[in-house]
Design a protein. Structure first.
Length: 435
C-alpha cells in the first residue's frame, strides 16, 4: 500500500463515528395482576407524551455534550487533526533494528517544505520548491513550541517561507529560522503554534564519537518527497573528510539508501538514538578516465557535532559560536594506536598531537607543537564540568560549541622527554563565529 493510500485509509477510519446497529433485545412486559389500577385513555396518552419529551431532552443533552467535547478538542489542537501512527508496523532493511526503535525515531522526525505555495497536506508535497527532513531537537510543553534541527541547504534561499509536516498532523505548520551555519550545513527552525505538542517527541542523542564501523544505523526522512520513510544499513566509515561544494567536511559514511528529500533527516542507531544528520550522497565518482556510478555511499554529519552547533545557535541569538584555541591537531599515524572493546563495539583510539599553535592565540605559550593531548576538561553552557578523552583529532571540535565563555579548560598532555607534562590551563576567551 502506498503512502497516500495508507493516509486516506487512516483518514476515512478516523472520520467514521462507530455505532452498533444490533437490535436491542427486550424482556417481555411483566404480566399485570387483577389488582392493578387501570389508567384512563387520557392518562395513558399523557404518560406517553411525557416519556417522549424526556427522551428528546436526554438526546439533546447527550448531543450537546458530544459537540462540547469536539469544540474543546478543536480549540486544544488548534484545528490540527492528529492521527496515531505509533502502532503502525514498519519494515526496515538491516538487522537488529526493533520496530520500537524505528517508531521512537519517527516520533521525533518531521518533513520540511521550503518555498512554493503551501496551504494544506497535498500542496505541501506538490507545490513546494525544495523538500527535506528534520528532527525535533527540543520541545517546550508549557509554551507550546519546538526547535527543529535540519540542514542549511534544505532551507537556503527560502528562509521566510518554510512549512513543517509533523507525524500525525494533516495541516502543515509554518516555521521560522532561528539561525544557521552554512559552514557546517546546519540550520535551526522554530515552530510556535503547535497546539497538540504531545503528538511529537524529541530526539534521544548518543555520543557519535563512540560509534564503531559496522554498527547498525537507519535513516528517517522525506525520501523522494513522498512522506516519511525508513531505510537501514551499516556505518561504513567514521570521521571521513569529503569535499562538498568546495568545502572539506567531516562525515559519517553509511550504506543506507539515501535519496533527495532525506537531507536534514536523522540517522539513528539500533536503539533509536540520534547519531547523525543526513546531508549528502555520492552518486558518481571518477576512476581514471571512467565515470563510475556509486552504490550505497551516503554521508551524515556526526550527531555530537550537529547538536553542538545547533545548541550554540539557540544560545547565541542565531550564531554558531565556538571557542577558538588557535590550535590545529593531527594524528601521529594513519592507523589507530589501540582499539578497545566498549559495550561489544570496537573503538579505535588515535594518538592526537598538536600540529601548530597560532601566535597570539589563547593557547599560545600554553600548548606546544608536538604535545600529545590525552584528555581535556571544560565547563559546558549549563555550568557543568565535562571530561573528554581525546580519541581522535575531531573530539575538541565536537564540544567547542558547548564550552562556556571565560571558563577554564584543562588539557592533560604528554610532552617530549625532559619536558614537564600537563595539565595545562587555558581560559576560554577567544570566540569564533561559524556562519
Amino acid at each position: 500500500m502506498s503512502y497516500n493510500e495508507d493516509y486516506k485509509d487512516l483518514l476515512s477510519r478516523n472520520e467514521k463515528i462507530p455505532y452498533d446497529d444490533t437490535p436491542i433485545s427486550r424482556d417481555p412486559e411483566p404480566r399485570k395482576t387483577n389488582f392493578s389500577f387501570k389508567k384512563s385513555g387520557s392518562e395513558r396518552q399523557t404518560g406517553k407524551s411525557f416519556k417522549v419529551l424526556v427522551g428528546v431532552v436526554t438526546l439533546m443533552f447527550c448531543l450537546n455534550i458530544v459537540l462540547l467535547g469536539v469544540l474543546i478538542h478543536h480549540i486544544k489542537t488548534g484545528g490540527n487533526r492528529y492521527i496515531n501512527y505509533w502502532n503502525n508496523s514498519v519494515n526496515v532493511s538491516g538487522e537488529n533494528i526493533s520496530t520500537h526503535a524505528v517508531q521512537k525515531a519517527r516520533y521525533s522526525s518531521v518533513c520540511i517544505a521550503a518555498g512554493g505555495n503551501v496551504y494544506d497536506y497535498n500542496s505541501f508535497y506538490s507545490n513546494s520548491e525544495n523538500m527535506g527532513s528534520g528532527v525535533i531537537l527540543e520541545k517546550n510543553n508549557d509554551d507550546n513550541y519546538v526547535y527543529i534541527l535540519t540542514c542549511y541547504h534544505v532551507v537556503d534561499g527560502y528562509l521566510n517561507k518554510i512549512n513543517v509536516q509533523f507525524q500525525g498532523y494533516l495541516q502543515p505548520i509554518k516555521a521560522s529560522v532561528v539561525g544557521y551555519s552554512s559552514n557546517y550545513d546546519i540550520a535551526v527552525l522554530k515552530v510556535t503554534d503547535l497546539r497538540n505538542i504531545d503528538a511529537c517527541g524529541q530526539v534521544d542523542a548518543s555520543d557519535s564519537q563512540k560509534l564503531a564501523i559496522g554498527e547498525t544505523a537507519f535513516a528517517v526522512g522525506n525520501s523522494l518527497s513522498g512522506g516519511f520513510s525508513v531505510t537501514g544499513g551499516l556505518i561504513s566509515r567514521i570521521n571521513k573528510e569529503i569535499s562538498v561544494e568546495g568545502r572539506i567536511c567531516r562525515e559519517l559514511q553509511i550504506d543506507a539508501a539515501i535519496n533527495p528529500g532525506n537531507s536534514g533527516g536523522g540517522l539513528f542507531n539500533a536503539k533509536g538514538e540520534f547519531i547523525g544528520l543526513v546531508n549528502s550522497k555520492l552518486f558518481t565518482t571518477k576512476s581514471g578516465p571512467n565515470t563510475i556510478v556509486a552504490e550505497g555511499t551516503a554521508y551524515a554529519i556526526p550527531g555530537t557535532l550537529a547538536l553542538g552547533v545547533a545548541r550554540s545557535i539557540i544560545e547565541n541569538d542565531g550564531d554558531a559560536t565556538s571557542i577558538n584555541l588557535g590550535v590545529s591537531f593531527a594524528h601521529d599515524e594513519n592507523y589507530p594506536v589501540s582499539s578497545v572493546m566498549v559495550n561489544d563495539k570496537l573503538i579505535d583510539n588515535y594518538k592526537v598531537i598538536v600540529q601548530s599553535v597560532a601566535s597570539g592565540s589563547i593557547a599560545s605559550g600554553k600548548l606546544k607543537r608536538g604535545d600529545e593531548i590525552v584528555s581535556f576538561t571544560y565547563i559546558d553552557l549549563d555550568g557543568n564540568e565535562q571530561t573528554v578523552d581525546m580519541l581522535n583529532k575531531y573530539c575538541y571540535e565536537d564540544v567547542s560549541f558547548n564550552i562556556k565563555r571565560n571558563s577554564v579548560m584543562k588539557f592533560n598532555i604528554i610532552r617530549a622527554i625532559g619536558q614537564p607534562d600537563g595539565p595545562v590551563e587555558i581560559v576560554a576567551t577567544s570566540i569564533s563565529i561559524q556562519k
